[in-house]
Design a protein around this ligand. Sequence first.
Ligand code: AMP
Length: 282
Amino acid sequence: MDVCKSIDEIREVVKSLKSQGKRIGFVPTMGALHEGHLSLIRQAKEKADEVVVSIFVNPEQFGPNEDFESYPREMEEDLKKCEDEGVSVVFAPNRDDVYDEKKYIRIEVDELNRHMCGGSRPGFFEGILLIVNKLFNIVSPDVAVFGQKDIQQFQIVSRMVYEFNHNIELIMAPIERANDGLALSSRNKYLSLEEREIAPGLYRALNYIEKQIQGGVDTPSLLLKHQKSELEAKGFKIDYLDMFDKKTLQPVETLSKGSEYILAGAVWLGKTRLIDNFLIEL
Ligand code: AMP
């Protein structure tokens, strides 16, 4: 497995693989790899001949009061996991390799950014598009795999690929969960033992709401309100918990047959922000 730090190095390696006719699969990550990331790598292996994984805690997608400094960094363990999964190349640049001190150009996101995580984390998706756009140009993969766990990210990146004509196939991999339903996340490491016990409550609430909707509830606002109160009573602080149109990412009040929705929630448990979602097809 090659480990590349510089842009020149990774470009050389990818160029050589491509000259051998290899199809390149790409999995961008911020490291502290868990089974969720590994499932993305496995999907990429199915779709491509060689897999490139990037490991970079992207400062541009963290707000000033967010957890950039404390975000888990486990490079040695991550490299071992990548090696065990048969990854061909890891791209692990330093901040200065990727960003100049001053940036003159930004990508703005329109209404796809207004709700869900975009609504509560100003600049978050602009920061993501900045790094994903760069990584796509640096790695130039044929196919890239992202997780449904960050479904708004997937939808916005898909739109960027479409609008900016990146010639890259995007794949969305399902959410990997712990046995009790909690969506795996690098941030789960922040949870105390007690919080970890409570944490699957978000998944359970989404699961319950989904069952009610599949059972015929078509105006879920009361149902959502009730589940929010239940979560609050358990100790969660609600950022959002709502139904969104899958394509526009706008909240929806009334559900109709033949449509696709995202039931999504973000909650705080102490200092940890948890997100989760279900895709609902009616
Ligand atoms: P991150 O390292 O958090 O930036 O995540 C890197 C990629 O892994 C993103 O595409 C995430 O959506 C995906 N991912 C994170 N957690 C999970 C999970 N539990 N299941 C599937 N994919 C995940």
